[in-house]
Design a protein around this ligand. Structure first.
Ligand code: CP
Length: 314
């Protein structure tokens, strides 16, 4: 039994196996996902210390599709408000015959910490930790790209926006590089690009039109205001003028480029409604793909198939 904490350091083989497993859960009819007995009798606990719409809901739906029992702990109403520590809360939940914790936390490294301190009976899945990693989001994005474009090797991908505070961007960059994307670009103001970003093998742009020129995939990100100090907060109207994806800016990309966004979207801040709802947008397909992808990750973790993943993490 192993954990799924990051896409960093994972091999192309294991990422491809995760994608293939997710694909196998998608039914032949439109908008259908299979129900399978792979986690029958197992108990999954959703532990969201930060708010979520998509991730929490699709983990719950995925667990049900795998025939598992799912418990959503309401953190706001839990005994953590009475001074109980994180680990005491987790050890109590583990004593309720839990098999898997799905963890979202505002602190980078929280899921790793829990994985190190919980007993080996429980698998830990990272559902987003601080600005560090959001591996299941990155993998559902890879699934969406592969299903739309067929393969990664000829693709030029632009990730646009607040890269500095984005756990999604980091996990996407690791996955895209490993899966063989021809080129990964990041686009944003210098204040929202990590100073060492090019060490990850990406090209940085401060001009949206130049950054979008000829790309096959555009991934828009929101401004993560909850992780910013005031000094970094740009004016929304100025930001939209320079980095908002509008119909005229989209025209700089390849004519068949797809537009993605992990959500939540802020219309009129990083993306125009006409683009978010337009024919090139696959934003809601990403949400749908969250269910088979999270089924794949949970099934593989529970069966020990992600052993390589833990070994590579050391
Ligand atoms: N993409 C994403 O993590 O969305 P939620 O915050 O709604 O889970």
């Amino acid at each position: 039994l192993k954990h799924f904490l990051t896409t960093e350091g994972l091999s192309q083989e294991i990422l491809t196996e995760i994608l293939d497993t997710a694909d196998s859960f998608i039914g032949t009819q439109a908008r259908s996902v299979k129900t399978v007995p792979l986690l029958r009798g197992k108990t999954v606990v959703n532990l969201f210390f930060e708010n979520s719409t998509r991730t929490r809901s699709t983990f719950e739906l995925a667990a049900k599709r795998l025939s598992a029992n799912i418990l959503n702990l309401d953190i706001a109403r839990s005994a953590t408000s009475k001074g109980e520590t994180l680990m005491d809360t987790l050890w109590n939940l583990e004593s309720m015959y839990s098999d898997m914790f799905v963890v979202r936390h505002a602190d980078s490294g929280a899921a790793h910490f829990i994985a190190q301190h919980i007993t080996p009976n429980v698998a830990v899945i990272n559902a987003g930790d601080g600005r560090h990693a959001h591996p299941t989001q990155a993998m559902l994005d890879m699934l969406t790209i592969r299903r739309e474009k067929g393969s990664f090797k000829d693709l030029s991908v632009a990730i646009v926006g607040d890269i500095l505070h984005s756990r999604v961007a980091r996990s996407q960059i690791h996955a895209l590089k490993t899966l063989g994307a021809r080129e990964v670009r990041v686009v944003g103001p210098n204040t929202l690009l990590p100073h060492d970003i090019e060490s990850l093998g990406v090209r940085a742009f401060n001009n949206l039109k130049q950054g979008l020129k000829g790309v096959d995939v555009i991934i828009m990100l929101r401004l993560q205001k909850e992780r910013m100090q005031n000094a970094l907060l740009p004016s929304e109207s100025e930001y939209y003028k320079l980095f908002g994806l509008t119909t005229d800016k989209l025209a700089y990309a390849h004519p068949e480029a797809i537009v993605m966004h992990p959500g939540p979207i802020n219309r009129g801040v990083e993306i125009e409604s006409a683009v978010a709802d337009g024919p090139q947008s696959v934003i809601l397909k990403q949400v749908s793909n969250g269910i088979p992808m999270r089924m794949a990750v949970m099934a593989m973790a529970m069966s020990g198939q992600t052993q390589e993943l833990a070994q590579e993490e050391g």
